[in-house]
Design a protein around this ligand. Structure first.
Ligand code: G3H
Ligand code: 13P
Ligand code: ZN
Length: 315
């Protein structure tokens, strides 16, 4: 089937108490790994491309991969611009055929965030493309923007009253909320805690409206242990417990962003091959196991999000 926007998926997710996985793609192995997993689980999927990924892979190559993914599957697939930082980038993505864009002006004051989001909404909607916006601030690093520190995320949560105003005035189709998560592998300094009460309150103020959770990797210990065992150095990692994600998707969270866990799976397997077979130099023999690890990681996530088996109701 042709690419879809997130509209139907989010409606099905909202009504069904699950969320659609939004996985970041940079290269062929990630694309194949995600698609293979979604095919195996009959799941809808959002493939998201950051500004950095556009630059790294060249969008023309990524578009070629997307065309194959669409031709090879009958799944509902949305292509989304992750953390678009300017109107021009979002417009380029719309013009390139993405079906969803995020304008992230969350670092700006409220009025400016609303104005920037509205400008993108006006353009995107005129082309049938949906828009995600962000209010509140996450921790960690997004491309070249440094978010708040992991210690400080609880002081930058989305304000529910502002969220209500923001959605009404900007016209966005979904909203990324700050509830204590951070991007990357170092999300918490001590016991992981999310402000799911904030998500619940925003959900109450915006009935039927889809929310998005960024920074939702769980940073599984077994993969970090493999990385460290085979020459890596990633001390003190911490992610969002999968149980908290499963709780959030029963609220209004309809899209959950995962990038770090896929990076960890790929890196752990490549390191393992290099350590166990130091003479190996055929990329297929280390990227292949990496791709298999991505498939398994994505399948695991689809079950955590509850979207395994949900492709048919998202078409
Ligand atoms: O939000 C950040 C995503 O993990 C994308 O990361 O900008 O390094 O591609 P990136
Ligand atoms: P993670 O770093 O937790 O995977 O989050 C990814 C993300 O939010 C992409 O927008
Ligand atoms: Zn993000």
């Amino acid at each position: 089937m042709p690419l879809v926007t997130t509209e139907k998926m989010f409606k099905a997710a909202y009504d069904g108490g699950f969320a659609v996985g939004a996985f970041n793609v940079n290269n062929m192995e990630l694309m194949q790994g995600i698609i293979e997993a979604c095919k195996a689980e009959n799941a809808p999927v959002i493939l998201q491309i950051s500004k950095g990924a556009r630059k790294y892979a060249n969008i023309k190559y990524l578009k070629g991969l997307i065309d194959v993914a669409v031709a090879e599957t009958d799944l509902p697939i949305a292509i989304h611009c992750d953390h678009g930082d300017t109107f021009d980038l979002c417009k380029e993505c719309v013009d390139d055929g993405y079906t969803s864009v995020m304008i992230d002006a969350s670092h700006d004051p409220l009025a400016e965030n609303i104005a920037k989001t509205k400008a993108v909404v006006d353009y995107a909607h005129s082309k049938g493309v949906v828009v995600e916006a962000e209010l509140g601030q996450l921790g960690g690093i997004e491309e070249d923007v440094i978010g708040v520190s992991a210690d400080d995320v609880m002081n930058h949560l989305t304000d529910p009253a502002e969220a209500e105003q923001f959605v009404k005035e900007s016209g966005c189709d979904s909203l990324a909320v700050a509830c204590g998560t951070s991007h990357g592998a170092f999300k918490f300094k001590s016991e992981p805690k999310l402000a799911l009460n904030v998500v619940e309150e925003i959900g109450k103020r915006l009935p039927g409206f889809p929310l998005v959770m960024h920074g939702s990797s769980s940073v599984p210990k077994e993969f970090v242990d493999l990385i460290n065992k085979y020459g890596g150095n990633m001390p003190n990692t911490m992610g969002v417990p999968e149980s908290a994600i499963s709780e959030a998707v029963k609220m209004a969270v309809c899209k959950v962003n995962i990038d770090t866990d896929l990076r960890l799976a790929l890196t752990a397997k490549i390191r393992q091959v290099f350590a166990e077979k130091p003479g190996e130099f055929d990329p297929r023999n280390y990227l292949g196991p990496g791709r298999q690890a991505i498939i398994e990681m994505v399948q695991r996530k689809l079950h955590v999000l509850g979207c395994a088996g949900k492709a048919d109701i998202c078409r």
